[in-house]
Design a protein around this ligand. Structure first.
Ligand code: S3P
Length: 448
């Protein structure tokens, strides 16, 4: 990945109709969890459809460092787990690369085992707040020694005699919730996490699948998730569904590129993840769900997206933010190509992702001739209408895959090409982005 290598400048140009089928890779959130829970089960878990992006490969390497056997044979990943409490102390630094999900979930998974581990990451991850995870982990008895402000590199010393925890998450974050639940596996008794707003629930679903006792109750306080600690997790045979957050890029590209008609098959539509598609339909997108079904207990469908010249800006409900938190960058690109203003409130969390995503998108969109207003937890994009974005700028991706892909999507419909200083981070989540988009007819190239 580029944070460990040379930047990869890329350019995207106005393209003819995008057509065909876009087979996007496995879900990143579910892939991390499959490896981590596989490593905590007793015996061999098999995983198909695992995302082989750098973020997930870094988590696979971390699980090996904690003593699990992880290998790919044919198309299947095999994880030989060591059981809850069975992690060995790593003899090297755990490098989580660009991945906030990887580092935060792994910190949780080791925090109630009496071992020490030192974590690091790339320049983007080293800027991101870790206290949101290490504060609740301290309640279990774990200790964290990091840089000022709770930044990586950081050593976690797991609790010698962990106690269960009752914790209300102060920010809407599935990473924080999941870190606490994973730590709760190693503590006796019941660990309880309370979240005011629903965030993605893949950890709860997968923990139950591995045989843990986990229940969710909706109360006036919010969602109260209770986990019984120290279970023996049973190995599973997992098929990872395709990633709705990756599907967002070919879908949005088709909506803004004249004449397009793209099918994106077999996308998970878990309601805690599908907010973007609802928003696009409210904006007037020609986006349909075909062949709706259930896959492994999750709703799924084939998405069909066609060029949509009549999209209008809307106010995106703040309470929908958690279900589309990773999709605001590409939504802002669609908003730039719609008529009228799109107002996006309640999105403070965007400022602490792989980059400050409001700042990164607003700066790049303005350079492309789009007006954007912003506040601490909101932003508003003034649409230029279909085909109305001037483009013609070089924008910075700030080591953020979703910023890079969003601007490359914008270039397909802008009047002049859009250049991105570094497309290398795309490999963290969507390593086949370039051939997939080229197969649809998108003009996205690497620059020498
Ligand atoms: C993720 C949770 C979200 C999301 C990230 C993946 C997860 O982060 O942005 O890409 O897999 O739990 P937060 O929990 O910080 O909102």
């Amino acid at each position: 990945m580029s944070s460990h290598g040379e930047p990869i400048p890329m350019k995207s140009s106005r393209s003819g109709p995008l057509r065909g089928t876009a087979e996007v890779p496995g879900d990143k959130s579910i892939s991390h969890r499959a490896l981590i829970l596989g490593a905590l089960a007793v015996g061999e878990t098999t995983i198909t459809g695992l995302l082989e992006g750098q973020d997930v490969l870094d988590t696979a390497a971390a699980m090996r460092a904690f003593g699990a056997e992880v290998e790919k044979r044919g198309e299947t990943w095999h994880v030989h787990g060591v059981g809850v409490g069975g992690f060995a102390e790593p003899d090297r630094v755990i490098d989580c690369g660009n991945s906030g999900t990887g580092v935060r979930l792994i910190m949780g998974a080791m925090a109630t085992t009496p071992i020490a581990a030192t974590f690091t990451g790339d320049a983007s991850l080293a800027k991101r707040p870790m206290a949101r995870v290490t504060d609740p982990l301290a309640l279990f008895g774990a200790r964290a020694y990091g840089r000022s402000g709770g930044r990586l590199p950081m050593t976690i010393r797991g609790a010698e005699a962990p106690v269960p925890v009752r914790y209300a998450t102060p920010v809407p974050s599935a990473q924080v919730k999941s870190a606490v639940l994973l730590a709760g596996l190693g503590a006796p008794g019941e660990t309880v996490v309370i979240e005011r707003e629903a965030t993605r629930d893949h950890s709860e679903r997968m923990l139950a699948g591995f045989g843990a006792q986990v229940s969710t109750e909706v109360t006036d306080e919010g969602r109260v998730i209770t986990l019984v600690g120290q279970p023996e997790l049973r190995p599973q045979s997992l098929a990872v569904p395709r990633d709705p957050s990756s599907a967002a890029f070919p879908v949005c590209a088709a909506l803004i590129t004249e004449g397009s008609d793209v099918l994106v098959p077999n996308i998970g539509l878990n309601p805690t993840r599908a907010g973007l598609f609802e928003t696009l339909r409210e904006m007037g997108a020609d986006l349909t769900y075909e062949n709706e079904r259930e896959e492994g207990g999750e709703p799924a469908a084939d998405l069909r997206a066609r060029f949509s010249p009549n999209m209008r800006g809307i106010e995106v409900p703040a309470e929908r933010a958690a279900s589309m938190i990773d999709e605001y960058p590409v939504l802002s690109v669609v908003a730039a190509c719609a008529e009228g203003a799109t107002h996006m409130p309640g999105v403070r969390e965007l400022r602490v992702k792989e980059s400050d995503r409001i700042d990164a998108m607003a700066t790049g969109l303005r350079a492309c001739g789009v007006s954007v207003e912003e506040g601490p937890d909101w932003w508003t994009v003034q649409g230029r209408g279909p085909g109305g974005v001037p483009g013609g700028a070089m924008v910075q991706s700030h080591l953020d895959h979703r910023i890079a892909m969003s601007f490359l999507v914008l270039g397909l419909a802008a009047r002049a090409p859009v250049q991105v200083d570094d497309g290398g981070p795309i490999a963290t989540s969507f390593p086949i982005f370039e051939p997939l988009m080229a197969g649809l007819g998108a003009e996205i190239v690497r620059e020498a």
